[in-house]
Design a protein around this ligand. Structure first.
Ligand code: DWN
Ligand code: SAH
Length: 406
């Protein structure tokens, strides 16, 4: 039993993933002995319907000067954020000398588009190594955690914002009420908030349980977002569903009464009811689906290994930390994980300690099978790995179901 991070109601976990390490905590053998683990329980709040972890490691343990995820590792995501920025510029920045704030701007993948256009902007990025890359690109970035106090400082120094943007970060922040309060302070009366995160509806439909890990303290739906912002004087006015990261939802929010509410909000809220996102029993079914997925993935890998074939992992994603640890997949089954991020290479995966190797190794000698740990980037990866498939290599996927891909 714990308390809901949004409305303080009593919440009861519907599922445990067991002990989990820091998802992006790639480590060296000397560090194996004091690796940090926490109990990963997931709960559904019967009052405000927010799906959440009951325990999250301290933010400083996850986001720091050695943060291992660099947004610009995906060229498809660079295009996505360019389009996002174009949309904001065209439809929401009509004021003279507009000001754009983005939290979790990482290496500047989105804000670079505003910087290049000479638009006044500010990135808030606590992981100082990725913030440094953003600054080097000409993206003005400060290395702080966003909350209501920081919002006041920003208003004092720069004035209020026309647009508040965030991608794959709002769901990372456990003091969410302080973030909403901060947005209320920071945003001009007619300003807009646009943020996107993996969508709970997709996670439930696809059994993509790997979207749950330390950084992802919340899985949002329209129902829970409407509640969380509504209680602090703001309003969900529109949505823009996205195909990125396996199915995401972009929420458009403003001060209450500033804009009309789109019909899309109403019809998606109705869909959420039909999907049962407001109902505890949905999460009991989800847990059973996760258990089934876990058992069949492990069986499939064991069977392939028995045939004497080589299996590697493709992309040392944060999500893979959940899959590998929950399923108990270690280097007996997966020889190594190929990844393009220099800071991860030569290290070992969190918890299961599978070696992470440079992408060159994968290309030099293609394995028999590759587990598609970045299934959310399947399109981008399939397009560049034609030779692997021509050499007879096969993909193993586990979302939306466990299978050897044809
Ligand atoms: O929410 C988050 C999302 C946006 O990014 C963060 N909490 C952390 C991170 O999650 P992830 O690590 O699961 O993200 P991706 O984008 O699914 O995976 C990135 C990793 O995959 C990087 O280590 C690079 C690697 N990769 C690769 O080796 N080859 C990625 C692609 C596209 C490739 O072709
Ligand atoms: N927006 C990027 C990065 C997502 S990863 C993308 O979509 O690819 C999440 C990022 O949020 C990390 O870079 C992390 O350092 C940052 N972050 C975590 N907590 C934060 C907070 N309280 N305020 C601002 N950024 C935060």
């Amino acid at each position: 039993m714990g308390k809901c991070l949004i409305c303080n109601s009593v919440i009861d976990p519907f599922m445990s993933f067991g002990k989990m390490p820091i998802a992006n905590g790639f480590l060296t053998p000397e560090q194996f002995g004091d690796e940090y683990f926490f109990d990963m329980y997931v709960a559904f709040c019967p009052e405000c319907k927010m799906v959440q972890l009951t325990e999250q490691p301290d933010p400083e343990k996850m986001f720091h000067e050695n943060y291992a995820f660099f947004s610009s590792t995906s060229s498809r995501m660079a295009i996505h954020f360019k389009e996002f920025a174009e949309h904001v510029k065209k439809d929401f920045l009509n004021a003279a000398d507009p000001f754009v704030v983005e939290i979790g701007c990482n290496d500047g993948i989105m804000l670079q588009n505003f910087a290049k256009a000479g638009i006044r902007h500010l990135g808030i990025e606590p992981s100082s190594n990725v913030a440094k890359v953003a600054n080097e690109k000409g993206v003005r970035t400060i290395s702080r955690f966003f909350d209501a106090n920081l919002a006041r400082d920003i208003v004092n120094e720069h004035g209020q914002a026309d647009a508040f943007l965030a991608a794959n970060v709002m769901c990372h922040i456990s003091n969410f009420n302080s973030v909403i309060e901060g947005i209320g302070i920071l945003l001009k009366p007619k300003g807009v908030v646009m943020f996107e995160d993996p969508y709970l509806g997709d996670v439930i439909e696809k059994t993509s349980y790997d979207q749950i890990y330390d950084e992802h303290v919340f899985l949002f739906s329209l129902t829970s977002i409407q509640y969380a912002f509504g209680r602090l004087g703001m309003e969900l006015i529109d949505i823009e569903p996205q195909s990125t990261h396996g199915g995401s939802m972009r929420y458009v929010i403003a001060h209450k009464g500033a804009y009309p509410v789109s019909d899309k909000v109403k019809s998606q809220l109705k869909k959420e009811k039909e999907l049962g996102l407001d109902n505890r029993s949905t999460y009991d079914v989800f847990r059973k689906n996760c258990e089934q997925s876990r058992d069949s993935l492990k069986l499939l890998l064991q069977e392939i290994k028995r045939q004497g074939k080589q299996i590697v992992g493709y992309a040392a994603t944060s999500k893979s930390t959940t899959v590998l640890n929950y399923c108990g997949i270690n280097s007996d089954l997966i020889d190594y994980i190929s990844d393009t991020t220099p800071i991860k290479q030569g290290k070992f995966s969190p918890g299961m300690h599978i070696p992470v190797r440079a992408y060159d190794e994968f290309v030099k000698k293609y394995p028999d099978y590759a587990v598609l740990l970045a299934w959310n980037h399947a399109e981008e990866i399939m397009a560049k790995e034609k030779k692997f498939m021509e050499s007879g290599g096969k993909w193993i996927s586990f979302v939306p179901k466990v299978q050897v891909m044809k």
